[in-house]
Design a protein around this ligand. Structure first.
Ligand SMILES: Cc1cc2nc3c(=O)[nH]c(=O)nc-3n(C[C@H](O)[C@H](O)[C@H](O)COP(=O)(O)OP(=O)(O)OC[C@H]3O[C@@H](n4cnc5c(N)ncnc54)[C@H](O)[C@@H]3O)c2cc1C
Ligand code: FES
Ligand code: FES
Length: 461
């Protein structure tokens, strides 16, 4: 058992133990490592000023992804390599930094390291849609055009991180540590699922921290102090994403970015929703299991999981239990999850060729914004008649809702504008939204009605 975490920062190994592991990565970098190029503005994953690259083992190399360091904690970085703006070129100005200067991509410069790191992250992933790649970064004085230009000018020449920091020596240095679990105070990072379950049953109020994109905000903005923390990072067998017959099977540790890649061709409608989910930094860290367990009624993946009939594999002391996602929520943030259980996999039936699926997200901004209202509709039809229709709405109650009366009304009906207009009125009567900062009750009622009409015009003509 180790009583320290080991990480690399800009190529140098660092051991951290004791309370230091609960420090945010941005603070650790700026205060303990003097790497003050990593800026902090919002401390909740919204502005991207604190973006760094995190490299983790992927076979015999390190794979780097851009993440928000303000909502990562040092314990999440065990065995990882953190690259900050100071270490990007190991001393020299890199092509992306050079392009930011030439294209006038900075004025006050406060956001600039974050943009540089986000663009470097895109180069690692070979993503070249610059506007999309910087949706997680805000600039309040320069404007985005020069930054997009700088990104486009540097994609071809920016060096990949494994050319700057060869993976082999770093992987060699961490090899012996990879074999051991970590226990520091109330933090546990086991090597086996059995040990993870045993810990969770002994510490029922412990928080499983995966990407930490929800957890980090609670800590930074609500002063949340977890009674105990369980990391699944060392548990093998939870990082796979595969198609099993007509089901997509997603392991608990699969980052949302991988999930998005997998659904790109399999479920194009979901790909559009995933494109608007958070930002690249959020999707590189956050997981599907975390989105489900966080139980927000406006979580963007949930309506889709409801209408496709997705199920959760919950593993606990008694073995594996399967629960439909739609039955997992017993009330606001109340889950059908026993104290010893962990979500280990999500099984998603894939829509068939004859199915018509539409997903909607309504938010104030198109990207990096929490939804005001979400909807999923899955229809099966024969010759102009509806055989079956599933409708799920989010943001209209304490949990995502399946609209049973609306579904029943639509079954067997002829497909027409009138049918869907009438269905919209029934949908309005099935929900009880509240007014909050993201939208008034009446706005949400109208959206509930309009969404069905929109489905008709989008998918039935
Ligand atoms: C800036 C920002 C933008 C965001 N944008 C969106 C958005 O557009 N749409 C959206 O839906 N969400 C959004 N989120 C919320 C968040 O990113 C997602 O909910 C994400 O999927 C959480 O995953 P995670 O791995 O980071 O969870 P964590 O923060 O690690 O954990 C969240 C909760 O899930 C529990 N948990 C995690 N894994 C398991 C498991 N295997 N078994 C049991 N419990 C588990 C944890 O204990 C914790 O209670 C955003 C968050 C931020 C900070
Ligand atoms: S400080 Fe704003 S995303 Fe981290
Ligand atoms: S250059 Fe000032 S905030 Fe971007």
């Amino acid at each position: 058992m180790r009583d320290y975490v080991i990480l690399h920062v800009n190529g140098e190994p660092v051991r951290v133990t004791g309370d230091g592991i609960f420090e945010s990565l941005s603070r650790f970098l700026r205060v303990r490592r003097g790497a003050a190029g990593t800026k902090v503005v919002c401390e909740e994953g919204d502005c991207g000023a604190c973006t760094v690259l995190i490299g983790r083992r992927d076979g015999d190399r390190l794979r780097y992804r851009a993440v928000n360091s303000c909502i990562q904690f040092v314990f999440q970085l065990d065995l990882a390599h953190v690259v900050t703006v100071e270490g990007l070129g190991a001393g020299a100005l890199t092509p992306v930094q050079d392009a930011m200067v030439r294209c006038h991509g900075a004025q006050c410069g406060y956001c600039t390291p974050g943009f540089v790191m986000a663009i470097a992250g895109m180069c690692e992933e070979e993503e070249t849609d610059a506007a999309r790649g910087i949706t997680g970064n805000l600039c309040r004085c320069t404007g985005y055009e020069p930054i997009v230009k700088a990104a486009n000018e540097s994609f071809a020449t920016q060096k990949r991180m494994d050319a700057v920091y060869p993976s082999a020596p770093i992987l060699e240095r961490i090899a012996e540590h990879e074999r051991t679990p970590v226990r520091i105070a109330n933090f546990f990072k086991p090597k086996t699922l059995a040990d993870a379950i045993a810990f969770k049953s002994e510490q029922p109020r412990c928080v499983i921290v995966q990407g930490g994109t929800d957890f980090g905000v609670w800590c930074n903005k609500r002063n949340f102090v977890p009674p105990a923390v369980l990391s699944l990072d060392g548990v093998e067998g939870l990082s796979d994403i595969s198609v099993d017959g007509r089901e997509l099977v997603v392991g608990a540790r699969v980052p949302l970015a991988e999930f998005e890649r997998a659904v790109r061709d399999l479920v194009p409608e979901l790909r559009e929703i995933m494109d608007r989910f958070g930002s690249p930094q959020i999707k590189n860290a956050g997981t599907l299991a975390g989105n489900i367990a966080n139980a927000s009624p406006i979580a963007d993946t949930l309506p889709f999981l409801y209408v496709t009939g997705a199920t959760l594999e919950l593993t606990g002391l008694a073995g594996i239990r399967r629960v439909a996602v739609a039955d997992f929520y017993k009330g606001y943030k109340t889950l059908d999850l026993r104290a010893d259980e962990i979500i280990t996999r999500v099984r998603i039936p894939l829509p068939s060729d004859g199915d018509t699926l539409r997903l909607y997200k309504v938010s104030k901004r198109s990207h990096l914004d929490i939804s005001s209202f979400t909807a999923a509709m899955l229809m099966r039809r024969t010759d102009g008649r509806i055989d079956s229709m599933r409708v799920a709405y989010g943001g209209v109650g304490p949990v995502v809702l399946r609209l049973g009366k609306t579904e029943e009304f639509l079954k067997g009906k002829a497909i027409s504008a009138e049918t869907f207009a009438e269905a919209g009125e029934i949908a309005r009567g099935e929900i009880a939204p509240i007014s909050d900062v993201r939208g008034a009750r009446e706005f949400r009622l109208q959206l509930a009605e309009n969404a069905l009409c929109r489905f008709y015009y989008d998918a039935c003509l």
